[in-house]
Write a protein that binds this ligand. Sequence first.
Ligand SMILES: Cc1cc2nc3c(=O)[nH]c(=O)nc-3n(C[C@H](O)[C@H](O)[C@H](O)COP(=O)(O)OP(=O)(O)OC[C@H]3O[C@@H](n4cnc5c(N)ncnc54)[C@H](O)[C@@H]3O)c2cc1C
Length: 804
Amino acid sequence: MKTQTRCVVIGGGIAGCSTLYHLTQEGWTDVVLVERDELTSGTTWHSAAQVTNFGMNQTMVGLKTHSINLYQELAEDPEYPINYHHADGGIRLANTQAQMDGYRHFASMARGMDVHFEVIDAAECARRHPLISTDNLVGGLWDPLDGDIDPAQLCQALARRARKAGAEVYRHTPVTGLTQHRDDSWTVHTSKGDIDCEVVVNACGYRVNEVGAMMGVHHPVASMEHQYFLTEEIPAIRDAGHRMPLLRCPISDYYCRQEKNGLLLGFYEQDCKTWGMDGISPDFSNDLCPDDLDRVTDVLEGAFARMPALMEAGVHTVVNGPITYTIDGAPLVGPIPGKRNAFCIIGLRAGLGEGGGHGWLLAQQIVHGEACYDTWVLDPRRFTGHGNVELTALKAIEDYQNEFRFHFPNEHRPAGRPIKATPLTPVLAAEGAEFTVVNGWERAEYFKPAPGFEVTHGFHFDEAFDVVAEEVKAVQNGVGLAEVNGFNRIEIAGSDAHRFLDHVICGRVPTKEGKVGLGYLLNHHGCVKAEATVANLPGGPVWYGSAAASEWHDMDWLRAHADGFDVSFQSLTNDWTILVLAGPKARAVLSEASRGDWSAEAFPWLSVRRAFVGVAPAVVMSVSFSGELAYEIHVPNAQLYAAYLALRAAGEAHGLRLFGARAVDAMRMEKGFLHWKADLITEFDPFETGLGRFLKMDKDFVGKAALEARRANGLSRRLVSMRVDSTTSPAHPGASVMRDGVVVGTVTSGDWGHRIGMNLAYAFVDPAVAAQGTEFAVDMLGEMIPARVIAPSPYDPDMTLPRG
Ligand SMILES: Cc1cc2nc3c(=O)[nH]c(=O)nc-3n(C[C@H](O)[C@H](O)[C@H](O)COP(=O)(O)OP(=O)(O)OC[C@H]3O[C@@H](n4cnc5c(N)ncnc54)[C@H](O)[C@@H]3O)c2cc1C
């Protein structure tokens, strides 16, 4: 066994084998995989191993396409062919129009990745799958490349190729401990000796937290028991003359695929069970949980009704095994929070279909620092500390119970809420707030006009449209107050604070006390990594502010680039909250609630000062995300209620009204402001993202050389603002922008601009069609809706409104 290598991958299921193989493909051949037992002895060996192309966003679709292409190549390898039923086709069923709308949106989104789904009606579903009835069926989504694969052969094939490229695989070699050294390298302790390495990867399936504990971290991953059974031969299948397509049913929560001349039927029962919460026996390997078909009778009834042939078929094998879930259902693939040179590929609940792609994206991150797609939807740092055992288990159960029911836009499911709240949360609830969830925080979305008010979840504008319009009007004509909690705020102290920020930010960094500026951080590929508001508090320190979920992500990046600078970082994210006071009467309200001169001369736009709001100490900034005169009032959580009361009291005479996150989002679209990880992603550089004015190319900064090289190659895409000619639905992120029947771009954000009465969207499009006035169609829920490029910031384009 080697005692030194570049990377040790721990775990020999699909996650580990795929990572090992892809590391060799990316150029790291001195790499090792260690497995406590045989390869695939965790969950992988007994997987139903369906391989679909369906994904909730373009990153997921792209990585699944990679899996499919790779598996097909492996299946056709003459030296070691493997069993892969490629392109049997599959149907996701639907019994509501809202579900069908979702499928239409996913088809539009996938088209941008050159993946072609088909939305079909009930009769067509039955034509393609002759065993199903059309009762209570509206239609479905057809995935032409759906199939299934032999999981053990797949892992062996990947390990074989990795070995051929120079990697080594050590079976029956449990990892017993991990030690990190001062230079961030690792020693992996195993039952057979130690291996020193630069990088470790946790790919330990349901044992993820045993290995996590060895490096002092807890991963938000929980296991559920999951069952399927295999039937005896079914004559209708034997005699069909073709393989049956796969089925996934959100109506009755099961999946079904052909296995030999019978069926494999898997269940997501409501009466589901977590597994291994109090520890896992060291002997549980190549093992299963006891059968428990009684639990799934509700689901079985639905499956029998849909496929009457099942009722005649005997069951010959039941499989019940542990399957891992995370808080939001997507895996954790990327850097381990707070650690250097440590990565994970865990929480895979569809690891056979996705594993090829996840290993590919992880290997790129390890070797090149970033993957070809933006991987935020997989980033382990997206849960910032609230992903404890109890919350993870509750969310795992909820997700399992809704396996095939996707989240509708603005839908936030109830399990485990509230996990993060401020002292104002109950106060705003009493005022009628409906809450959205931002990185665990309960954030007011809008204020209900009447106690029983509810919206119908779907892809069209909903009942809250007029409510949001009223909130926007109040801000535009008078004054509004909103709580923005969870905003990421890092205090940067030390003599090099500005020199450091100048190094990591690609534009001008404000250095004067009392001044605020907006800046962008690039990665080493010259693409957009983060967005930060830098505020120089009078007398110090410097505050670095960014999007609510970015705390761990940004902190990792700042720390990783701080060597050689006299700086220190402290997160204030959980201790402070922002109250946004916005509208033409905001100055009058602030002047009444807070002593001092708040005139435009004394406190112009982009200023920051300390003040008291009522009796509450606060840091006030004159910045605006709405385009109206506005103040961000940052208050320690202990005094938040006091500040709120002072502003409400001062606002009463001015007709102050509460507003929520939906109004904020609608207004920012009218001003051309961008959202991190919607419009600001690592796939594009600042020129492509329309941020040229924030660049300072005459200084040095992280990512500059790569940016110059990219610039020499011209733009691959351009972010544009669009007017969309629909009054019934917003353009949802991912929707394809079409011209002459060809995809020329992808929507990143969309919302109604209430102040200008226009349906607005942002999209990355082909630069050849980015000029203002260019006309397109956006594929919105299956309809080609006319759209045209407009100037950014259609509301108050000349900035005539007072801002400070
Ligand atoms: C019943 C069932 C049906 C499923 N059907 C599908 C499906 O149709 N399609 C699909 O895509 N997915 C399906 N899945 C999910 C899929 O099987 C998993 O997502 C996938 O197998 C997880 O692979 P993994 O490599 O992450 O974990 P595992 O396969 O569990 O591999 C982890 C490995 O790490 C090793 N390990 C753990 N601790 C240590 C240590 N200390 N030292 C060394 N090695 C260690 C283990 O021995 C194990 O081999 C199904 C799962 C179940 C339970």
